[in-house]
Design a protein around this ligand. Structure first.
Ligand code: 1GP
Length: 231
């Protein structure tokens, strides 16, 4: 399997370019408005992520197809579960929810995804997914029935990230949860960045350019913004 999209994240880091992913939740997206949606995105957008904790209406595939039709940006799946996999995307963040203790989200959903992934050309990117407390109950916590890590326990978050790297993750995703009141703190971003040798994604509750820059300055290689671009 080619690892083109992962390699391009590494390349951006080596060239000191920061990445910005806009997260599109298929449940809240109107396919007929794809073109105008894409027009309002920041010019520095590098990736389109597609996913949500749930996709009750099964809109993921239509959303991915519409984005691929209207944009050259890589479309990367950020699935809440195995039903959100579609071969029409470019890659998938193959998440393991390392902050939680629910086997279904550590390895169960991953097993259910295998058949579909084997039959597709999707680039699979192993991702250690770490949910931290964003100040309000997140959809991730609710759906996965797991607790976020406290943002006061930096060392536990750092150790979780290192364990993820030891287990083979190629990315660490520090998540405060969609719509978080408190995004991931700078001290946590910088300590995790220092501790691991793989790219660091940060998302959840980042709504302004200032917050985005703060995350970059602390050490995020890629920032994810979703809610800020929803209507
Ligand atoms: C959620 O990290 C993403 O999984 C983005 O969060 O919707 O708060 O930007 P927001």
């Amino acid at each position: 399997m080619k690892h083109y999209h992962y390699e391009s994240i590494l390349k951006a880091i080596s060239e000191e370019r920061k990445s910005l992913a806009i997260l599109i939740d298929p449940d809240k997206f109107t396919v007929s408005e794809t073109a105008s949606f894409l027009q309002q995105l920041p010019t520095e957008t590098t990736h389109l992520f597609v996913g949500g904790s749930t996709d009750a209406n099964g809109h993921t595939e239509a959303t991915v197809k519409a984005l691929k039709n209207h944009s050259q940006l890589p479309v990367i799946l950020f699935p809440g579960d195995h039903t959100q996999i579609t071969e029409f995307a470019d890659a998938i963040l193959f998440l393991s929810l390392l902050s939680g203790r629910n086997p279904e989200y550590l390895v169960g959903q991953q097993l259910k995804a295998v058949e579909k992934l084997k039959a597709s050309k999707l680039e699979v990117i192993p991702t250690g997914y770490i949910l931290v407390d964003g100040g309000t109950e997140s959809a991730v916590a609710r759906v996965s029935n797991t607790k976020p890590l406290s943002q006061n326990n930096t060392s536990k978050i750092v150790h979780t990230a290192i364990a993820g790297e030891f287990m083979g993750a190629k990315l660490i995703y520090l998540e405060a949860g969609s719509g978080a009141i408190n995004p991931v703190k700078s001290i946590i971003i910088s300590e995790v960045k220092k501790a691991v040798n793989i790219p660091l994604i940060v998302g959840g509750g980042i709504k302004t350019e200032t917050q985005q820059q703060t995350a970059y300055t602390a050490g995020a290689d890629l920032v994810v913004m979703g809610t800020a671009f929803e209507k």
